[in-house]
Design a protein around this ligand. Sequence first.
Ligand code: ZN
Length: 324
Amino acid sequence: MMKMTKMMNKITCMRWKAFTCVVLLELLLVPVVSALVPATTTASKKIIFVSIIPLKYFVDRIISAKEVEVITMVEPGQGPETYTPTPEKMQQLSQASLYLHLGLPFERVMMERIKKINPQLKIVDVRNMGNVGDIEDEHKDEHKDGHKDGHKDEHEDEDDPHIWSSPRLMGKILPIIGVSIQNTLGKNVVNNSQQKLNNLQRELNNLDQEISKLFAAFRSLQKKFLVFHPAWGYFAKDYQLQQISIERHGKSPGPRDLEQLAVLVRKNNIKTLFVTKQQIRKQAETWAKSLNIKKIVELDPLAYDYFENTRKITAAILSSFRER
Ligand SMILES: [Zn+2]
């Protein structure tokens, strides 16, 4: 009951925020956009928009900067959960040809507005994998029976936007990115795009197998890792790990949650707290202290080089397993 009321409050709050956002943006954007768009647009480089930096990495590797300009919505240091597009971003978006998005909270709120600003824009939700099925639903079902210790994770009853954390899911997203780019720019414009796509697919498969092997060596009891912000739910699921999150639905835990967390930390001898680069360090330190954890390791779920970063995350989680 409590949970229900909380959820309703949250939904109402989000709706209000969304409404205020849209109204504010409408007020802000109309004069800005009309002032910045030249009367006659010259045939310049095509613009492709992506939600987050890791998606830019993949697009950059498929096409060269000579062919297109790839613009990221959420810039370094910004959090996708709290992001609101600036008028400058909306102006650039008004001239874009393709928008590859992940259905992030702000994108869901802004989608109608974006369509109005640029009716020609091709908008592709990269999570739609055709006959492969919907990523979110597929993962949500498996989440339901994934937690045996009574600790509910952040995304049990809401969409987890961090699908890119799993290289296996990235491997499913990649063909959609590829086809969307080819359809938008034309296969002859995109130099060797198919070859590049095949290489990326192979690299993702290799990365997936490499990570599977590394984690397979550990017993299930040890495969829990503690995070402040739950950015690695899909990663954890694919490698049979369990992400324990301090943050609940974007909020700090209550006293009862904290008690439960403390028990889990003690029982599993967890010594490291992983925080994201986008987080406030001081806040993380306070929670670490209250859970008697001395080691805080910073990870970036939004780093540019996907392969290097995913290997770095894997190594950090592995070393946290070894210190127990
Ligand atoms: Zn996040």
